[in-house]
Ligand binder design. Sequence first.
Ligand code: PLP
Ligand code: ZN
Length: 395
Amino acid sequence: MSRLECIECGDSYPSDEARYTCSCGGLLEVIYESIPSRSDFSGPLGVWRYSSVLPIDTAGSVTLDEGGTPLYDADKLSREIGVDVHVKHEGMNPTGSFKDRGMTVGVSKAIELGIDRVACASTGNTSAALAAYGAAADIPAVVLLPQDKVALGKVAQALMHGATLVELDGNFDECLSIVRELAEDGFFYVLNSVNPYRLEGQKTIAFEVLEQLNWEVPDVTVLPVGNAGNISAIYKGYRELRRAGIIDEIPRMVGVQAEGASPLASAVKKGGPLEPFDDPETKATAIRIGDPVNAPKARIAIEETDGEALYVSDDDLLETQLQLARLEGIGVEPASATSVAGVKRLKEEGWLDGDEKVVCVATGHLLKDPDAALAATDDPLQADASTEAVREVLK
Ligand SMILES: *Cc1c(COP(=O)(O)O)cnc(C)c1O
Ligand SMILES: [Zn+2]
């Protein structure tokens, strides 16, 4: 049994109505009456292993086998940075990003609520995931995208899975505010991370990380931040495990933004209210967001765990993307590399000593953004189609 509760005023709402925020404007989160135990977790590693702590009556009704992603021991990278880094590769989900975890739960909830059309604003990955899960559930999906600012692979996915794409001459924040207004009019059901059910799916990253570490709690969890939903979700996952007595401590939560889109990092540094960036800009298009909707939840996660928010430059995140690819064989898109780039910066600044166990979430797959990969690398060698010519160029 679950209900929705406002993080600002504590008002609660039943879980059988389509509602995104409290009447006071505050963000909502899903609260459960019962507490899970480890023996409630059953089935293969993946989102629906944790159905006892997911707010869906018909567990797994819309699924593409999401979750169960690898947690890599990044030994060479760890030696280079001087911190024990593990990489949770969320790019290994069905559509290539962690958004699938949110969509399997969010679209299942939409079906339970009897919704007949779903929608999102997207920097790319949300649209790919919504399109695929919409197809799986046989429910029409609409996505609003900022024109020319979405990586190629993601647009291809959304089109291929049959979503209706609308490109706007504006940024992500504008797309989202339009989607939210249309949703208030009942035009469709929103599956952006303002939707508390989506975050429930994403919290399973925390559960999986702990299982993969044999329930040894890492010291720090680091992830890229755009709309700030995922950091809030993972923190909620850890909190629920602590409430259940399954773990005693919660890792410090660290959010990393790209310099040109870093309103959360600035707000956390200054300690004041969040001042949106009107023209966010970064090559990490997945996190090109100026006014993160879930900032209030993310700030709680960071403050309550003595965590941190920071930014890295585009040069640093692109260099780290290449390093992950070449040193470890881990292929991620630019935004995903901000987590590891952030760890480097925190080590340089002394925020990390070097004896911590750090889990970095890599949010999306390398193939999402082929243009970024080509821009970061040299062109292939050319040769005539003869053995001699190939021997010559490889000398
Ligand atoms: C969506 C996304 C993010 C940002 O996640 P938020 O929950 O919006 O903070 C980061 N990286 C990638 C690859 C994404 O697709
Ligand atoms: Zn409220």
